[in-house]
Design a protein around this ligand. Structure first.
Ligand SMILES: Cc1cc2nc3c(=O)[nH]c(=O)nc-3n(C[C@H](O)[C@H](O)[C@H](O)COP(=O)(O)OP(=O)(O)OC[C@H]3O[C@@H](n4cnc5c(N)ncnc54)[C@H](O)[C@@H]3O)c2cc1C
Length: 488
């Protein structure tokens, strides 16, 4: 027996649980289920276990719009975020709809039946389980769960210590009193270095080139004050909007006046480091602010560790690993007992699932994204991909809300199929405009965006809010079909 579900969600992370909440609240007549490959709820916030793992955007915008973040810290620790997602699932009765240990492998659309057939593998038995659904909503995140990005380093086999990737942090890694080299200077490295430096003998952060960094307190004094005096929901809304607007303002400023913002960021870092520190070499990026994601340093912890001599930054090309550490192209050797390759994620949209439409294989990396949540000429399929310049959940909430509007429109009009009709005259552009290595490497596996509405991604919450909440569902691009079958 193949089980039929109205809306099938793939992934029980922040996005999948949020989407389930929206469906429950706004489309109570539809049944839904979540298929989750892992044995746990929480996605990213359950998977990543490296020391100090935390958010790098504030929880007032990384939290759901519908559920106030009541934790003490605005920049929260990974386990606290995981608990927040799990509590949302528990309180909403969503947990009972989640089938863990089900990895979706294939999805085939049939126009004649107006439904998807989805094949999932049970991770405990390897058995294939079939489902059918009217609508498939992908919340499988944006990176490969099975593998991180690990460039090959010459001499890796010669290194006498342990090599660790942050995505697969070993429970038994003892680093107290050890010398650690962390390769990379992105969000993960910037989190790991001060956290490990608390007990390690020394931590060296090794980078080819610097990243923009900005320090903020991990607690938000304004939010704390407001929460003492106003009801939680109202305080949350106010702080959320303040943070959204501030973030949009500074992003726009950085794009308009890159030189001024560059100076501001670099001077900010200089002020937190010991006098005479070589900021030009280690903290002056070669690109403009927001060409790549900005790195947050809560409570200046990284700079404190550097100031105290517990951590250092090494900028240069790695030549090879040697038995007792890493040799640079300059000839210098950085001694290490443990090497952490914080070299990034392997981007992957839609989890590598094989998609077929009416018997024909469809490579969705070649498709054009519609509103950043569906694909041209692909029926009844939506996905969540958050902002690159703001918190992921802001977009995830909008996408889930719009999906409910679309499903409601289909229910009222009796349409069974919703398909954004592709337009060959719209020019293609890359989905993400970042110059970061992990984005450039993934250009071929990510779908495209268009250069005009509704194919263009705004990376702007206010514009998207207007569009997703109030824009017409029948926008001249979205076609609805299958009404006759329903009427009969
Ligand atoms: C270390 C780290 C820190 C981050 N910090 C921030 C931050 O501060 N702010 C921010 O905005 N963003 C941040 N991000 C991005 C972050 O991933 C998002 O904020 C958010 O957690 C994404 O949620 P999601 O539910 O869309 O995806 P995920 O959290 O990736 O969850 C996807 C879920 O789908 C499941 N899944 C995948 N494929 C399948 C399949 N084939 N079948 C069944 N299930 C499947 C996975 O097992 C997983 O549970 C961070 C990312 C990382 C890695």
């Amino acid at each position: 027996m193949v089980e039929h579900i109205d809306v099938l969600i793939v992934g029980a992370g922040l996005s999948g649980v949020g989407a389930a909440h929206h469906l429950r609240a706004w489309c109570p007549e539809l049944n839904y289920s979540i298929l989750e490959a892992r044995d746990a709820i929480g996605g990213t916030w359950d998977l990543f276990r490296y020391p100090g793992v935390r958010s790098d955007s504030d929880m007032y915008t990384l939290g759901y719009g519908f559920r106030p973040w009541t934790g003490a810290e605005a920049i929260a620790q990974g386990p606290a975020i995981r608990d927040y997602v799990r509590e949302t699932a528990r309180e909403g009765g969503i947990e009972a709809r989640i089938r863990t240990g089900h990895r979706v492998k294939r999805a085939s659309w049939s126009t004649a039946d107006a439904r998807w057939t989805v094949e999932a593998e049970r991770t405990d038995t390897g058995e294939l389980v079939g489902f059918t659904c009217n609508f498939l909503h992908m919340c499988s995140g944006y990176y490969d769960y099975a593998a991180g990005h690990s460039p090959e380093f010459a001499g890796a086999e010669a290194f006498a210590g342990r090599i660790v990737h942050p995505q697969f942090w070993p429970d038994d890694l003892a680093y107290e009193g050890k010398r650690v080299a962390v390769i990379g200077s992105g969000a993960t490295a910037v989190t790991l270095v001060p956290a490990m430096a608390r007990t390690a003998a020394h931590v060296a952060m090794m980078q080819r080139s610097p990243t923009y960094m900005v320090s903020r307190p991990s607690r938000d004094a304004f939010a704390d004050r407001l929460r003492r005096h106003a009801p939680a929901r109202i305080a949350y809304k106010i702080v959320r909007w303040r943070n959204v607007l501030l973030q949009m303002f500074f992003f726009a400023l950085a794009r308009r006046r890159p030189a001024a913002m560059k100076r501001r960021f670099i001077d900010g870092v200089r002020g937190l480091l010991p006098p005479g520190y070589d900021v030009e070499t280690h903290f002056t990026p070669r690109y403009d602010p927001w060409d790549q994601r900005l790195c947050l340093v809560p409570d200046a912890d990284l700079f404190e560790a550097i100031g105290a001599g517990r951590a250092s930054v090494v900028t240069g090309e790695i030549d090879r690993f040697v038995a007792d550490g890493i040799r640079l192209a300059s000839g210098e050797t950085i001694a290490a007992d443990i090497i952490v390759t914080a070299t990034g994620l392997k981007l992957q949209l839609l989890s590598g699932i094989e998609f077929t439409i009416d018997g024909e294989a469809r490579d969705l990396s070649r498709a054009m994204s519609y509103k950043g949540m569906m694909f041209g000429d692909v029926p009844n399929l939506s996905y969540t991909f958050g902002y690159t310049n703001a918190s992921w959940t802001l977009k995830a909430d909008l996408v889930a809300g719009y999906l409910c509007r679309l499903l409601d429109h289909m229910r009222r009009s009796g349409a069974q199929i919703a398909i954004p009709r592709g337009d060959a005259s719209v020019a293609e552009a890359p989905l993400l405009e970042f110059t970061s290595g992990y984005v450039q490497r993934a250009r071929d596996v990510l779908p495209k965006q268009g250069t005009t509405k509704p194919w263009k991604l705004h990376q702007n919450y206010a514009l998207d809010l207007a569009n997703f909440k109030f824009g017409r569902v029948e926008d001249g691009v979205m076609e609805f079909a299958g009404r006759k079958r329903r009427a009969r």
